[in-house]
Design a protein around this ligand. Structure first.
Ligand code: SF4
Ligand code: SF4
Length: 426
């Protein structure tokens, strides 16, 4: 197991980077507003250095031990899910908490600006896909064969994996209802590179995450165009603020929900980015799978212990008819904004670091969680003070970070504020 712990000089550089971020915020943070982002989007494209991608994922073929099994996907109560939807629909976080986003987005400037143009161009193209609806009615097709062709095409375009789930309006935000192209959601996943993720929290890791989102959208646009070329309707959704893709990832059998609130795929844990394409193509559905991930999480709990904000619960609770971990966003978000995106919960996850196959293999051999209690997995360098935190030790979060003076986030809010306060990143 490689230890990604930085040298002392490396930690000084990490800490200095954050100080520079904060000192130059009044200059560069100002660019993260719609007026400037439109200008950045219209800049000429710079040559992109091609990245070596991890390649398509192999199907997960490990037998899951009985003691790790729970249920396929996630435990849900469909009647209570429906009742919650009818009572109040899910809201687009970016609209519901405009003032929070206006506070957070500029603090991302060092991670965001280098990839801003590429990301903005891809997101704009995704927003405009409905205009490219095909003129001809779609041909009849065999669903299983079509889904197979779609998956081959997705891999050819460089996506790590795709799955097909029924479209469900309960998991589209109220602000985006009615935009879909059909009754299916093609969930698309692109793996984020391994090494920079192990350096989280850092600006480098955040930049790689955003670059992966840009690449994901570029590949999804190609897949959308391919579906349209066959005569079907297809609409590429933006990864931000339209639907809850974690729900679709679980329903399409691409992974299960981890205690850190993220989709844990067997191949790369949550070290991947996802979004979706809605379509009327009669693709055969994939279904939820029990990979034993909830069983692993119950025995692991590393992210619960290592989260610097203490924002991850040790247990799942029913929320809107679904049993899941409910993260304390009020504690988490200031760290995400001020500590280079944080992402400690992704970095310390053994499924992310080693893959589920290795984790299950170790569990069968020794009954233990691979990497638990080791510095290689659990240790991280903390940008806000430049110190390394080994297992058993966590950073102390000062009050001005955990509750910044100008921070207005209200997790209880259910209705968006008026548009005048918008500071969106779109
Ligand atoms: S991003 Fe950081 S603060 Fe938020 S849940 Fe993960 S580890 Fe905790
Ligand atoms: S760190 Fe452990 S408990 Fe947390 S999501 Fe990963 S496997 Fe689950």
């Amino acid at each position: 197991m490689k230890n990604y712990r930085r040298s002392k000089l490396g930690r000084v550089r990490l800490h200095t980077g954050v100080k520079i971020d904060h000192a130059l915020l009044p200059v560069f943070g100002r660019l993260i507003v719609p007026r400037w982002l439109r200008r950045i989007r219209s800049l000429p494209a710079l040559p992109i250095r091609p990245r070596e991608l991890a390649g398509p994922w192999q199907p997960f073929d490990q037998k899951v031990p009985e003691e790790l099994k729970t249920q396929p996907g996630i435990l849900r109560y469909p009647e209570r899910e429906q009742a919650a939807f009818e009572e109040i629909q899910l809201q687009d976080f970016f609209k519901l908490h405009r003032e929070t986003m206006a506070w957070m987005a500029p603090r991302y400037w060092r991670s965001y600006l280098p990839v801003a143009r590429r990301l903005l161009v891809a997101r704009r193209a995704a927003h405009h896909t409905p205009r490219q609806d095909p003129p001809a009615p779609p041909p009849a097709a065999d669903g299983a064969e079509l889904a197979q062709r779609l998956k081959m095409k997705a891999l050819e375009f460089g996506l790590s994996a795709v799955g097909v789930a029924p479209y469900d309006p309960k998991y589209t935000f109220e602000q985006h209802q009615g935009k879909v192209a059909g009754d299916r959601m093609v969930v698309c996943v692109l793996e984020q590179p391994h090494e920079p993720t192990q350096l989280a929290p850092s600006c480098k890791t955040e930049n790689v995450a955003l670059t992966t989102y840009a690449e994901l959208l570029e590949k999804m646009l190609k897949l959308t165009a391919w579906l349209q070329s066959l005569g079907y309707k297809a609409r590429c959704e933006d990864y931000e603020g339209e639907s809850i893709y974690i729900h679709y990832g679980v329903q399409a059998g691409l992974g299960q929900l981890g205690l850190n609130g993220q989709l844990l795929t067997p191949q790369a844990g949550s070290r991947c980015r996802l979004a979706g394409i809605t379509t009327n193509a009669p693709l055969a559905f994939d279904g939820p799978v029990d990979y034993g991930i909830e069983g692993v999480c119950d025995r692991c709990q590393i992210c619960v212990r290592r989260c610097p904000a203490g924002a991850i619960p040790a247990n799942r609770k029913e929320y809107r008819g679904v049993v899941k971990p409910k993260l304390n966003t009020k504690r988490c978000l200031p760290l995400v904004a001020l500590a280079d995106g944080c992402a400690v919960c992704m970095k310390v996850c053994p499924v992310q670091a080693f893959g589920l196959k290795a984790v299950i293999g170790e569990f069968e051999r020794s009954g233990k969680i691979l990497g638990k209690d080791t510095d290689e997995l659990e240790g991280y360098d903390w940008p806000l003070d430049g110190r390394h935190y080994a297992p058993g030790d966590r950073p102390r979060i000062p009050a001005e970070v955990s509750l910044p003076p100008d921070w207005q986030f209200d997790p209880q809010r259910r209705q968006p504020l008026p548009a005048a306060t918008e500071g969106a990143t779109k």
